[in-house]
Ligand binder design. Structure first.
Ligand code: F6P
Length: 359
């Protein structure tokens, strides 16, 4: 039985590390708060690791006490900072992580991240027995073995609001509005916000309809008297043409330490194609990092809180190499290996829901 504000006296005190890695997302602070609150209630100390895995490589820590975690529930970003540092890509990186972990006398680490951060956690657990548990974070919702990651609901909410707003200006000017959303190699944000916002065409990496098909849907719509359209495109969609030609639009930046290219720009390329092929005036909105900023939705706050409590429980039970996950309405635990084996893509039946409203 865990006392609400008091300290459980039957258990030994330990030092629990917490880190947030990869792209930030709304709800990170809510997880930090929940892990800490439950750990404090058990008499443990919580140590924040700064800037994701970089903090463990370089030994940058900060103690988290009740004052540090106060007021965190609605706060966006991460009070611990984050990075895309991959210790496996640094000379002696893994050895330094292990040495700093020992030096800080940590008994466990809660790693809050997506496929990259948790991929590192998986390897450190499997290869070195690092006592780590994971919490699934990402606006992209592309992590396997959990129904939803926290942060996704907020991103979908922001995109839906943008789509709603674009509707009124699109209608006033009789324009096609292309909205580019994030999601990397998956179209979860595009499909969910497109369904919620009533998009007329949605283009995602998993179900690459052609540019010609998209234009046909827009024309069909205009022929039945609707002289404006909303097109949602996921940043990872490859421009696909009837001729068989395919073109991935990316930024020219170098790959990050996890080998990821930087997406962005497909919206502009698609808008040019649409305007040229249909003759309808077309504009583009790239939502970018707005999708990741600011306060989490109530749903994400609750999910992040439940994940944080579960992670603290997994630490208590010594169930390392596991990740908190959502299955239906229940918080369960799954193996980190299972969660990071492959990314979770949008299944056809979800795209069918969206495409029922195309054109
Ligand atoms: O993984 C989250 C995400 O926001 C992706 O949707 C996007 O492609 C990427 O991160 C952007 O990364 P950065 O913050 O490095 O620009």
């Amino acid at each position: 039985m865990v006392a609400r504000y008091g300290v459980e006296d039957s258990l030994l005190s330990m030092r629990v590390g917490v880190l947030t890695g990869g792209g930030d997302c709304p709800g990170l602070n809510a997880v930090i708060r929940a892990v800490s609150r439950r750990s404090f209630a058990r008499g443990h100390d919580v140590v924040g690791v700064r800037a994701g895995w970089r903090g463990l490589v370089e030994g940058i820590f900060e103690p988290l006490g009740p004052r540090e975690i106060s007021g965190l529930l609605p706060r966006g970003g991460t009070i611990l900072g984050t990075s895309r540092t991959n210790p496996y890509k640094l000379e002696g990186g893994v050895e330094r992580v292990l040495a700093n972990f020992r030096e800080q006398e940590l008994a466990a680490l809660v790693a809050i991240g997506g496929e990259d951060t948790l991929g590192v956690a998986t390897k450190l657990f499997e290869e070195h027995g690092l006592p780590v548990v994971g919490v699934p974070k990402t606006i992209d919702n592309d992590l396997s073995a959990t129904d939803y990651t926290f942060g996704f609901d907020t991103a979908v909410f922001i995109c839906t609001e943008a789509i709603d707003r674009l509707h009124t200006t699109a209608e006033s000017h009789n324009r096609v509005m292309v909205v580019e959303v994030m999601g990397r190699h998956t179209g979860w944000i595009a499909v969910m916000s497109g369904i919620a916002g009533g998009a007329d065409v949605i283009l995602i990496p998993e179900q690459p309809i052609t540019v010609e098909q998209a234009c046909a849907e827009i024309r069909r719509r205009h022929e039945r008297g609707k002289d404006f359209s909303i097109v949602v495109v996921s940043e990872g969609y490859e421009l696909t043409y009837e001729s068989g030609e395919r073109r991935q639009v990316t930024q020219e930046a170098a790959q990050d330490e996890f080998g990821h290219i930087r997406f962005g720009g497909v919206g502009h390329a698609l808008a040019l194609d649409i305007e040229e092929r249909t003759g309808y005036e077309t504009r583009v909105t790239v939502l970018g990092h707005v999708q990741r900023g600011g306060s989490p939705t109530p749903r994400d706050r609750v999910l992040a809180t439940r994940y944080g409590l579960k992670a603290a429980d997994l630490v208590e039970e010594g169930k390392f190499g596991r990740m908190a996950a959502l299955k239906g309405d229940a918080i369960v635990d799954v193996s980190l290996a299972q969660a990071t084996k492959e990314i979770k893509t949008v299944p056809e039946d979800w795209y069918d829901v969206a495409s029922a409203f195309f054109g």
